[in-house]
Design a protein. Structure first.
Length: 81
């Protein structure tokens, strides 16, 4: 793929303390990183949807803050609810 056409999906300027994330969220981030490195946008988009739903579950049950959730979305997809 032409580097000029390559769009960064991960905002590396956003820092997240990974120690505050549940294991399942960390695993999804790891997969996103792999898809990003492979420039596989199709599977990246699918995995991002999973990350969004899974992280929202932790917000709803009170084990993740809304602000951390929004940082995850901003870093890995730039989307908000």
């Amino acid at each position: 793929m032409d580097k000029d056409l390559f769009h960064e999906m991960i905002d590396r300027s956003i820092e997240i303390d990974l120690s505050k994330l549940p294991k399942s969220v960390l695993e999804e981030i790891e997969e996103l990183e792999k898809f990003h490195a492979a420039r596989d946008w199709f599977f990246y988009d699918l995995k991002f949807d999973e990350l969004e739903m899974n992280a929202k579950k932790y917000v709803i049950n009170g084990t993740m803050s809304e602000s951390l959730y929004k940082k995850l979305l901003a870093k890995y997809g730039g989307l908000y609810d």
